[in-house]
Ligand binder design. Structure first.
Ligand code: HEM
Length: 409
């Protein structure tokens, strides 16, 4: 398939760097630093043997993500596919993998659901859910608790289930399937069967909701858009898949990594306890510092475009290294240091940039602010229950974080 594309991307010295430096599980791959100064748009080879460009500088990355001639459409030849972007399977791919005007039309149908005002109104409910889960953790004092299972995953899963109108009792199903979809190491046939299983699950859910649409996002999509003929049953299922997958794993991993970072940095944790007004800025800095989307976003050029002095030709793929942009020393002073008082932390691109910028960012921010502040307040002595070398980091996943995080207090 690669031969069919007339690519001028030179033979790549190696694959996309994904491993954090030895002994620094929080840092992005060390190769990014050298690439930013020496070859900011550099050739890489992808697992399927095709070639693409890797962009590592902040300015270039904003230029790419802000230019709609770089397409998000996985059906455009040359798109740098990875298993998690849907592989060759492009049916019902969700508006994240579409371009305007279809992207604009579909995204508009759900924009208001995730607006700051709407999400701020959920803050008390998010606090209540967090407190309940913390109560349950407290009852287990003395035994090691897996923070991912006990808090980091349930909060965003409960919230997105509630918003969408997906029964939380089914969380085992969608968490297990999302885990498979986002794995970089799973065999392609296993990923495909997870995709089919999730599709069948959501198909049945949408069918049930068509009979009895609730006062929730999927219910409103059915009554306001599907019944007027603007979208189909399959479109509603695609909205559900995108929002469900994007809406829980991401925030869950940010919670786990943030908690671990603060446990290892008691001075910063104490500053945040003393002055809770620092929490909002701290969350922006944690988003910058961790940049959990490690392998993207990705685009394919639809025209010849020069970026940072390098010509990217129509049909060539680009992998944008968000973790590298967020550690770019020309934008963030002393970028490898976590500084919760950093004045420009909010300029990070952890939520992307341009028309595909994260739809759920206001929700993710509130969830992170509530959970981190609550953990610091209620568990001031919390610490990892195992040495950091024994924590299973998600180097095998498209979204970085910890598979589990045993803690004690
Ligand atoms: C810390 C948590 C999160 C991070 C780091 C994150 C990151 C991102 C990034 C980088 C993109 C851009 C993808 C691209 O340009 O191709 C994106 C898009 C998106 N995110 Fe998030 N996200 C988070 C939480 C959420 C949540 C809670 C939701 C809830 C529904 C969500 C829904 C979406 C959707 C629907 C898109 C596609 C937007 C579009 O294509 O127009 N995300 N996210």
């Amino acid at each position: 398939m690669t031969d069919m594309i007339d690519t001028t991307v030179p033979a790549a010295p190696g694959p996309l760097p994904v491993q954090p430096p030895a002994g620094c599980p929080f840092d992005p791959p060390a190769e990014f630093g050298a690439l930013r100064t020496e070859e900011p748009i550099s050739p890489i080879s992808l697992p399927d043997g095709s070639r693409a460009w890797l962009a590592t500088r902040y300015a270039d990355i904003r230029a790419i993500l802000g230019d709609t001639r770089f397409s998000s459409d996985t059906t455009v030849p040359g798109y740098p596919l990875s298993g998690m972007t849907g592989g060759g399977n492009t049916a019902n791919r969700g508006f994240i993998r579409m371009d305007p005007p279809e992207h604009t039309r579909l995204r508009r149908m759900v924009t208001r659901e995730f607006m700051v005002k709407r999400v701020e109104a959920l803050r008390p409910e998010i606090q209540r859910l967090t407190d309940e889960l913390c109560d349950a953790m407290e009852r287990r004092a003395g035994e090691p608790v897996d923070l991912v299972e006990a808090l980091a995953l349930p909060v965003p899963s409960l919230v997105i289930s509630l918003l969408l109108g997906v029964p939380y009792e089914d969380h085992d199903v969608f968490q297990r399937l999302t885990g498979k979809l986002l794995s970089r190491t799973i065999a392609e046939d296993a990923r495909e069967s997870a995709r089919v299983e999730l599709r069948d699950y959501l198909d049945a859910l949408v069918t049930a909701k068509e009979k009895e649409p609730g006062d929730d996002i999927l219910g409103r999509l059915i009554t306001e858009q599907q019944r007027t003929g603007e979208i189909t049953h399959d479109d509603v299922a695609a909205f559900a898949a995108l929002l469900l997958v994007a809406g829980h794993e991401t925030t869950a991993n940010m919670i786990g990594l943030s908690a671990l970072t603060l446990m290892r940095d008691p001075e910063t944790a104490e500053q945040l306890r003393q002055d809770p007004s620092l929490i909002r800025g701290a969350v922006e800095e944690l988003l910058r510092f961790h940049s959990i989307i490690r392998n993207g976003p990705r685009r394919v050029a639809t025209a010849d475009i020069e970026i940072g002095g390098q010509l990217i030709k129509a049909g060539e793929g680009v992998v944008v290294a968000v973790p590298s942009a967020n550690r770019d020393e020309t934008v963030f002073a002393d970028p490898d240091r976590l500084d919760v008082r950093r004045a420009n932390a909010q300029h990070h691109v952890a939520f992307g940039y341009g028309i595909h910028q994260c739809l759920g960012q206001a929700l993710a921010r509130v969830e992170l602010q509530v959970v981190i502040a609550t953990l610091l307040r209620r568990f001031p002595t919390m610490r990892p229950a195992v040495p950091v070398e024994e924590i299973p980091f998600r180097t095998d996943m498209a979204i970085y974080g910890c598979h589990s995080l045993p803690v004690t207090w």
